[in-house]
Structure formats: structure tokens, C-alpha cells
Design a binder for this molecule. Structure first.
Ligand SMILES: CC(C)(COP(=O)(O)OP(=O)(O)OC[C@H]1O[C@@H](n2cnc3c(N)ncnc32)[C@H](O)[C@@H]1OP(=O)(O)O)[C@@H](O)C(=O)NCCC(=O)NCCS
Length: 153
């Protein structure tokens, strides 16, 4: 899929700025407070926003975290990947993910991993993420699977 938004620009944003999209897309009907993730304001956490001109169209966040599957090196978890509803399936999520991978690689990241809703699984497998561990239930949100990608060769 080609990038359909030649005017799209990925910018570093704050955790609060992600709420504009996290809330309606990932925490609809829940209090705004539910958009706060542990580590959001840690020094090494990164938040990226996709902008079409000055309109925020998608967000994602990256946290230093070994999770359950990594013990060595520097590993990051990606969370809060979301694109505004009317612009989904137009390549914005993919551009955000590739931008984040490049930024994390520059920071010496060994592996990037994430917990995906099972319904979004092929978004990640198309970006060459591999399954790790078994499926698990996240209360309220649903069934998830962890995925990872090795960044450092
Ligand atoms: C999942 C999400 C972030 C993907 O972003 P997007 O901009 O819509 O995705 P893209 O257009 O970049 O898609 C890239 C590829 O993944 C596929 N894809 C995108 N979303 C998908 C989904 N939910 N399920 C399966 N495949 C998906 C696209 O069809 C496309 O495939 P192609 O390259 O063969 O054409 C976005 O759709 C979204 O915000 N969904 C709702 C929230 C959500 O589920 N977030 C993920 C939480 S784990």
C-alpha cells in the first residue's frame, strides 16, 4: 500500500497529546483517566503522532520494557497504536510503526514487542512481527496475542 498522505509528517508528541486518539479509538466510553498508561512520562518513553497538515491522525507510544519474554539487552514495548476511525486502512498505522522502529533502532533497541488485540493481528504480521507466547484475555478489551520483531541484527 502506498502512503496516501504525501503531506503526512510524524512528530514526537507528549503523552497527553496521544489521548485525543487513544480515548475515542482505544478507550471509548471509559473515563479519560483510562488513557493513562504506566510509564507514559518516563524519560525514555517516546510518543509519536502522525499529522496531516496540523491534524493528528494516528498515535503510538514506545516504553523501555523487557516484558515476560526478554531478559537481555534493551527492549521496547509499543502500546496505544491507534488511527482515527475515518482514516483507518489508508497506510497511516504502517508509517507510524516503521517510523517508531527506526527511532528505536537508533536508540539501540534489541527487540520491539507488543500485545495485539487478536482482531488486529494481521496488521502486525504484515509488518513482519512474529507471535510469542500464547493468547491471553485482557479484561474489558478482549483476547490478545504478543508479537515481537528483532531490530538489532
Ligand atoms: C490497527 C490500526 C492501528 C492499523 O492502522 P491503519 O492505518 O488502519 O493500518 P494501515 O492502513 O497502515 O494497514 C497496513 C496493513 O495492515 C492491514 N490492517 C490494518 N488494520 C488491520 C486490522 N485491524 N486487522 C487486520 N489487518 C489490518 C491493512 O489492510 C494493510 O494491509 P496491506 O498492506 O496488505 O494493504 C488501526 O486500524 C486502528 O486504530 N484500529 C483500531 C484500534 C486498534 O485495533 N489498535 C490496535 C490495538 S492492538
Amino acid at each position: 500500500m502506498e502512503n496516501e498522505y504525501p503531506t503526512m509528517e510524524i512528530r514526537t508528541i507528549t503523552s497527553i497529546q496521544t489521548f485525543e486518539i487513544r480515548h475515542p479509538i482505544l478507550r471509548a466510553g471509559q473515563p479519560l483517566e483510562s488513557c493513562k498508561f504506566i510509564g507514559d512520562d518516563d524519560d525514555e518513553t517516546l510518543h509519536f503522532g502522525a499529522y496531516d497538515k496540523d491534524n493528528l491522525t494516528g498515535v503510538l507510544s514506545c516504553y523501555v520494557n523487557n516484558g515476560a519474554h526478554f531478559t537481555l539487552g534493551k527492549n521496547y514495548q509499543i502500546r496505544g497504536v491507534a488511527v482515527v476511525e475515518k482514516l483507518q486502512q489508508h497506510g497511516i498505522g504502517k508509517v507510524l510503526m516503521l517510523h517508531a522502529e527506526k527511532a528505536l533502532k537508533a536508540k539501540g533497541c534489541d527487540h520491539v514487542w507488543l500485545n495485539s488485540r487478536v482482531i488486529a493481528k494481521s496488521f502486525y504480521t504484515k509488518l513482519d512481527y512474529l507471535e510469542i507466547g500464547t493468547v491471553f484475555e485482557v479484561p474489558i478489551i478482549g483476547v490478545h496475542q504478543s508479537f515481537y520483531k528483532k531490530l538489532k541484527q
